[in-house]
Structures are given as structure tokens and as C-alpha cells.
Ligand binder design. Structure first.
Ligand code: NDP
Length: 329
């Protein structure tokens, strides 16, 4: 069986040479374990941080060791009666074709209720991030005008749609191409712009003449600075991600206007999805309902084959995806 190991730590943007495809023995499960044939694996922006040798909320990946991350697969051998052969499971041992796991480390999912890859996106970690980040961390209330960056991505596209369904006055998104902007309007965003087309603050002001009440930040830097300028009094920010600086080798220059947060009485709320698991049952129930009613649509960008997973990850950071980037194994 094959797996991807971290060959070296990226300096700046990751490159194919930072990854290596390795052959490994196919192990047999010991009592209490299952062997899973992975069908889908996730590549996520947070993995970039784990490639640095820096202390963070998740330990760094180790050089010459396999990478890991979200994956969905099928149990092909089982020594755990509670998880029989044929079960589709979600787990954390991606970046490999087969994973040997304790039965307690896998979560059975229903492949008839939704396509298996949905459990890595709209029904999984990115979905909960959007739901809890907006409704929990940013304390969204009906009538709010919401701005989300990275809006055509896995999290951002759901933030905008959940805001619309929850009674937002206006939903604005920013993304990196004209095609993505057009897609956001199809998804029901009231306004969208390409951040390459001019200063974010000018485009945001034009899209939100009455200001914004919530900013869902996936990007940081210039986007966060623009949002601080355009936020209304008692506005709230969900600090979810700062992808503009994940490959940076220098500290970010923006935001330079943080002191505005004082007079506007803004709330800047750092967010980690792991800290909001208590909202997961409510999220699953409501998202399942929205999907069944056709009220939320989700995109994914699929790459084929484990050998193409490093490039999928590299391209994710460059914006090659619309919706969730996943690799089919
Ligand atoms: P996305 O599907 O949004 O993919 C990443 C996107 O980031 C790309 O498609 C690209 O789109 C955009 N991007 C890349 N570089 C830049 C840049 N310099 N400026 C603006 N946009 C850029 O990924 P996810 O939905 O999985 O994650 C979105 C954000 O949420 C990330 O910051 C991630 O780290 C964060 N996150 C945080 C979690 C938490 O618990 N705090 C949990 C999950 C995600 P474009 O073409 O528009 O540039």
C-alpha cells in the first residue's frame, strides 16, 4: 500500500519536493482494530501550519513520517465486532491508501444519506466551522449584514448560505476569480467581488453602503483591515483563518487600523472548530435538513489518485478549488 510522507518542511509555498510517495506493508488488524481502504481524503489549509516546526494547537507533522488528515473509507478487515467489514467510516488517517485504526478512532457515516465525500466538507469539519463560527462565535443575529472572505471555498461558501437562510439583511463575499464571483451570486450572495480587482476596502464599501455587522475572516491581512474599517458599531468578527499569511516568511503588515475596534466596540473572536463541538449535533440536524430541502448547495473540486494529493494541497493554497478540495483514492 502507498502513503505520502513529509520529505522536508516547506519554506514559503510548498513544492512537490516537500512530499514523497512511499510503499508500506499492508498490516492486519489486531483485536479492537479495523483496516480501512480510504476512498476520499481531505486537503485543508491548516495542514500548511503543521508542516512548520512550530508549536500550535495541533502538533507539527514529522519529517519522514506520513502526513495525516481527514479521510473517508471502507472497512475491509475488522477485528472489532462493533465496526464490521463494509462499514463506511470517517477518521483522521488520510494521505494513505489504507489505514489501520482502533475502532474507537473511526466514526461510521451513512453513505446513502449523502455522498461519502460530503463528510469531509458540507457535513463535516468545514461545515461545522461555518455554522458554529457564524452562529456561535460571531453571534450572528437576523438583520445582520455579513461579509465573508474566501467565500467560494469550503467554509466560506457555507457561511454565506447559512447567513442567508438565517435572515441576514445582506451577504457579501470576496474571492479570487471572476468565475468564483459569478458562482457566489448563483449561491444567493447579494454581492461579491474579486479581491484582485482593487483595494478590498473600496470594493467592500461599494458592496456594503450601510456597513457590515459581521465579518467571517478566512484570509486575514488586507481583508481584515478592510473589514475593521467598514464594520458598524458593536460589529463582530469570527477570526477563523488567515490564509493570506500561511506561506509568508515575514510577519503580516495588516491590519494597521486595529485601534478602530475600540471606538466601534468591536468583538474580535478567535475561533477553533474543535472548541465548538457542542454545536455539532444541532449543526448536523439543521444541515441535513437544508440539504434535503435543496436550500444549501455545495461544490467540490476532485483530484484523482494518492500520487496527486501533494499537488492538490499546493493548488488549494493557490485557489484552484471551488468549494471543498478533495482527493479520490
Ligand atoms: P478553502 O476551500 O477556502 O480553500 C482555500 C482558499 O483560500 C483558496 O481556494 C483561495 O481562494 C483562498 N486564498 C488563498 N490564498 C489567498 C490569499 N492570499 N488571499 C485571499 N484568499 C486566498 O479552504 P477552507 O474552506 O478549508 O478553509 C478556509 C479558511 O478557514 C482557511 O483560512 C482555514 O485555515 C480556515 N479554517 C479554520 C478552522 C478553524 O477551526 N479555525 C477550521 C477550518 C478551516 P481564492 O481563489 O478566493 O483566493
Amino acid at each position: 500500500t502507498r502513503r505520502i510522507v513529509l520529505a522536508s518542511r516547506p519554506q514559503g509555498a510548498p513544492a512537490p519536493g516537500n512530499f514523497r510517495l512511499e510503499e508500506a506493508e499492508l498490516p492486519a488488524p489486531e483485536p479492537g482494530q479495523v483496516l480501512v481502504a480510504n476512498r476520499w481524503m481531505s486537503v485543508d489549509p491548516y495542514m500548511r501550519g503543521r508542516m512548520n516546526d512550530a508549536k500550535s494547537y495541533v502538533p507539527p507533522f514529522r519529517v519522514d513520517h506520513p502526513l495525516d488528515g481527514g479521510a473517508v473509507g471502507e472497512v475491509i478487515a475488522s477485528a472489532a465486532p462493533e465496526v464490521p467489514v463494509g462499514t463506511t467510516v470517517l477518521h483522521g488517517s488520510g494521505w494513505r491508501e489504507h489505514a489501520l485504526l482502533e475502532a474507537s478512532a473511526v466514526t461510521p457515516v451513512d453513505p446513502d444519506a449523502a455522498p461519502a465525500s460530503a463528510y469531509l466538507g458540507v457535513l463535516g469539519m468545514p461545515g461545522l466551522t461555518a455554522y458554529a463560527g457564524l452562529l456561535g462565535a460571531a453571534r450572528f443575529t437576523p438583520g445582520d449584514t455579513v461579509f465573508v472572505s474566501g467565500a467560494a471555498g469550503a467554509v466560506g461558501s457555507l457561511v454565506g448560505q447559512i447567513a442567508r437562510l438565517s435572515g441576514a439583511a445582506r451577504v457579501i463575499g470576496s474571492a479570487g476569480s471572476p468565475e468564483k464571483v459569478a458562482r457566489l451570486l448563483e449561491l444567493g450572495f447579494d454581492a461579491a467581488f474579486d479581491y484582485h480587482d482593487g483595494p478590498v476596502v473600496e470594493q467592500l464599501r461599494a458592496a456594503a453602503p450601510e456597513g457590515i455587522d459581521v465579518y467571517f475572516d478566512n484570509v486575514g491581512g488586507e481583508h481584515l483591515e478592510a473589514a475593521i474599517s467598514v464594520l458598524n458599531t458593536r460589529g463582530r468578527v469570527c477570526l477563523c483563518g488567515a490564509i493570506a499569511q500561511y506561506n509568508a516568511t515575514e510577519p503580516p503588515a495588516a491590519p494597521r487600523n486595529l485601534a478602530l475596534a475600540i471606538g466601534k466596540m468591536l468583538t474580535l473572536q478567535g475561533f477553533l472548530v474543535g472548541g465548538w463541538q457542542d454545536m455539532a449535533p444541532e449543526f448536523r440536524e439543521r444541515m441535513t435538513g437544508w440539504l434535503a430541502a435543496g436550500e444549501i448547495r455545495w461544490d467540490q473540486t476532485v483530484r484523482e489518485g494518492l500520487e496527486n494529493a501533494p499537488q492538490a494541497f499546493i493548488d488549494l493554497l493557490e485557489g484552484a478549488n471551488t468549494g471543498k478540495m478533495v482527493v479520490a483514492l
